[in-house]
Design a protein around this ligand. Structure first.
Ligand code: NOJ
Length: 522
């Protein structure tokens, strides 16, 4: 998979949480046909691809990240045929579709695990990470024990009901720890490839890979995980060279070395992503500091440049909604940044209309604090915000009760809405190669407290200067090229004079740059 599918060069993704997007059969929960029905909405926004969270059969103790049948769409969402039809409709619209691949664990209800718990040796005995005594727990991992005939404790990967699949240990140091090339670990790897074959052969365009760096155990430097993904990469290159792969890893220098085309910056790990949108004083709130983010970004970018793409999401199903922390027009500035950075942007459903985090909800399907970010999409002002015709009390998660909650319908017809701004920004990105996935970036100002973020994106002969200033003061920036056409301006924009730009408070600008290449970083 190291050869990148061309469509990623200008891709903009839209993440869909299937439970909450659109219900077409009135049972209060979203479904595959609902997603298919709304594909034109996503296309109209300008997105080129979607990622759908797990939609497979599951007891739903972790919203579907606890799979009990990898090759069957959960009946509550529809059928395999519905999903195949979704692929077809998406492709006709020019959209690509990534499914979620959950390689690290299954549900404890998965038939593999049921077989693996048996005392008698069988094909699945080594499918999971087991110790050889119920009294010995796998150190460093949570465990599941006392429920199997077999004498052993099974490592878990996330919640207790998600036993860890066995891909081996990087450095086995206990008799029960199997090597990466052991028979059991090799069989798990083959089983994973079969799951991928199943969906890729039915029209899916690739996968978002859950907890991709968690497969090989005792692998501090991730060398084992990198090697495992390199193997999957060569399998894909041979059998499905067009498949696109994005990892939930959060360390591009590792994941891209493993052959992933893209890796997410996330709300955990070392990226300082939270400094921008989700901390006490986020940069896009106007008073924060983006400099640690920029320093880490430059490091990851330089180490991964040309190997793959770094993806900065607006949010996802695991983190607070952007709108919980960033208010009003500052959200537009956040999108001006997200949609002008290198790599592939991901928009979490509803973030384009500023959907809020719904406070005070009881946990649904293992969501806990994440539940408030998973409420139904707000389509219009009809019953249940147009999400479902079910009685409101039967919805999977309640709709945001705010009487002023935003809706897609209202924002579509308002040229000044957040959605219109997001659409405009995507259009501008699509018109300028320098702004797309592969355009280079050079920072001009690192967003340290009181300062804007400013950078130059370039590709071939095109150079575009970008300044985003969420602070409440104008700021003077200079570049050594000639600032020419303003291709985007929000807020009061900027005053330009020669090579100097005074970016207004609460403003963003994209300006074409002519002249020589020796910009001085401030
Ligand atoms: C990360 C997923 O994004 C999250 O929703 C899930 O709970 C865990 N992985 C476990 O699969």
């Amino acid at each position: 998979m190291s050869k990148r599918p061309h469509w990623l060069d200008n891709a903009v993704f839209y993440e869909i949480y299937p439970q909450s997007f659109k219900d077409t059969d009135g049972d209060g929960i979203g479904n595959i046909n609902g997603i298919t029905e709304k594909l034109p909405y996503i296309k109209e926004l300008g997105c080129t691809a979607i990622w759908i969270n797990p939609c497979y059969e599951s007891p739903f103790g972790d919203a579907g990240y606890d799979i009990s049948d990898h090759c069957r769409v959960a009946p509550r969402y529809g059928s395999n045929d519905d999903l195949i039809r979704l692929f077809e409709v998406a492709h006709r619209l020019g959209l690509h579709v990534l499914l979620d691949l959950v390689p690290g664990h299954t549900s404890w209800e998965h038939p593999w695990f049921k077989e693996s718990m048996k005392a008698e040796r069988n094909e699945f005995t080594d499918r999971y990470v087991w110790t050889d005594s119920v009294w010995e727990e796998p150190e460093g991992y949570g465990s599941l024990r006392g429920i199997s005939e077999r004498d052993g404790s099974c490592a878990v990967n996330f919640f207790t009901h998600q036993p860890a699949l066995n891909y081996g240990f990087y450095k086995p140091d206990r008799p029960w720890q199997q090597a990466m090339d052991s028979e059991g670990a090799a069989a798990t790897r083959e089983a994973l490839k079969n799951v991928m074959r199943f969906w890729l052969s039915r029209g899916c365009d690739g996968f978002r890979v859950d907890m991709a760096g968690s497969l090989i155990k005792n692998d501090e430097e991730q060398k084992g995980n990198i090697a495992l993904w390199q193997d999957i990469s060569s399998f894909l290159e041979k059998e499905y060279p067009k498949a696109a792969m994005v990892s939930e890893w959060g360390e591009p220098s590792q994941s891209l070395a493993g052959g992933f085309h893209m890796d997410f910056l996330l709300h955990f790990g070392s990226s300082h992503y939270n400094d921008l949108f989700r901390c006490e004083r986020p940069f896009f709130g106007g008073e924060g500091d983006a400099s640690a983010f920029v320093a880490k970004y430059i490091d990851s970018y330089e180490r991964s440049q040309r190997k793959g793409l770094i993806c900065i999401p607006s949010g996802n199903h695991d983190m607070d909604r952007l709108a919980r922390h960033i208010k009003g027009d500052k959200r537009k500035l956040a999108f001006a940044f997200l949609l002008s950075m290198p790599g592939v942007p991901y928009i979490y459903y509803g973030d384009e209309i500023g959907m809020n985090y719904v406070e005070g909800l009881t946990s649904v399907e293992g969501g806990y604090g994440r539940t408030g970010s998973r409420s139904p999409m707000q389509w219009d002002s009809t019953n249940n915000a147009g999400f479902s015709s079910a009685p409101s009390q039967e919805l999977y998660i309640p709709i945001d009760p705010d009487p002023d909650r935003p809706t897609a319908e209202a924002q579509l017809s308002d040229g000044k809405s957040l959605r219109s701004e997001v659409k405009r920004l995507i259009e501008i990105r699509q018109e300028h190669k320098a702004l797309q996935s592969l355009g280079e970036i050079e920072f001009v100002c690192d967003g340290a407290e009181g300062k804007p973020l400013a950078y130059i994106r370039s590709c071939e002969n095109e150079r575009i200067f970008i300044a985003v200033n969420p602070t409440d003061k104008p700021f003077e920036l200079s570049v050594s090229g000639v600032l020419s056409d303003m291709i985007y301006s929000f807020g009061s924009g900027a005053e330009l004079s020669g090579n100097t730009c005074i970016i207004g408070a609460g403003s963003a600008v994209f300006i074409k740059l002519g002249g020589d290449n020796n910009d001085e970083a401030l």
